[in-house]
Design a protein around this ligand. Structure first.
Ligand SMILES: CC(C)(COP(=O)(O)OP(=O)(O)OC[C@H]1O[C@@H](n2cnc3c(N)ncnc32)[C@H](O)[C@@H]1OP(=O)(O)O)[C@@H](O)C(=O)NCCC(=O)NCCS
Length: 178
């Protein structure tokens, strides 16, 4: 089985923790760093050509998501224990630890999603907006909806842990196919 497509850009290769899971159909280009036990699922594209991209530990980037950086000055910095749902578009954005991006959501240049905040499925977070700590934002354009409860934060943490475990499991399974 062939592995993911990992490419350099202007001499910079992605640096990926040895225990991270990168799906065979993912593409990762340029100045990207990915921390331990993080996972990048099928069909994702992470392209750090005109700026840097950093991804912390135990973060999952689910299938079909595109992550890019901004040539106008915004890197993409994603912290630890972040969940990014299927088919999201993350562009020149900072997502702090335990942030949650719903499936099909878009975050544009200069957006900051603070720690433990959630962007709802399908939301469009317009340039430069700051999603405050523990807040839920939704809609197109996205607006503040409410603060998240402890129960919701616990649910988000459970999702992150499940993805980290699943990443290890699928990595081991794929290794047996080689
Ligand atoms: C926003 C969210 C957290 C649910 O919030 P909620 O308040 O519990 O939602 P409810 O299901 O009670 O719906 C309340 C209202 O919000 C609307 N709503 C729900 N999700 C919405 C969303 N993502 N965007 C806009 N409106 C939404 C509902 O239609 C409903 O509207 P109504 O009162 O006019 O009928 C959830 O829908 C969501 O987006 N979760 C992210 C899931 C995900 O992407 N996971 C990643 C893959 S694992």
């Amino acid at each position: 089985m062939s592995g993911p497509l990992i490419l350099p850009w202007r001499g910079k290769w992605p640096k990926i923790a040895p225990d991270a899971f990168i799906a065979p159909t993912a593409t990762i280009i340029g100045d990207v760093e990915i921390g331990p036990l993080s996972s990048v699922w099928f069909g994702c594209i992470l392209r750090a050509d005109v700026n840097i991209m950093r991804i912390g530990a135990r973060t999952n980037i689910q299938d079909g998501t595109i992550v890019h950086v901004d040539s106008g000055g915004y890197a993409t910095i994603i912290g630890d224990d972040v969940l990014i749902g299927h088919k999201a578009m993350i562009h020149g954005t900072t997502i702090e630890d335990k942030g949650f991006i719903g499936m099909c959501a878009t975050t544009m240049d200069g957006v900051v999603v603070e720690a433990e905040a959630m962007v709802a499925a399908g939301a469009l977070v317009s340039p430069g907006k700051r999603v405050g700590k523990r807040q839920l934002w939704a809609g197109m354009p996205a607006k503040y909806v409410r603060d998240l409860t402890d129960a919701q934060l616990a649910g988000m943490a459970k999702g992150v842990a499940a993805y980290a475990e699943r990443g290890v499991e699928i990595r081991e399974m794929i290794a047996t196919l080689k």
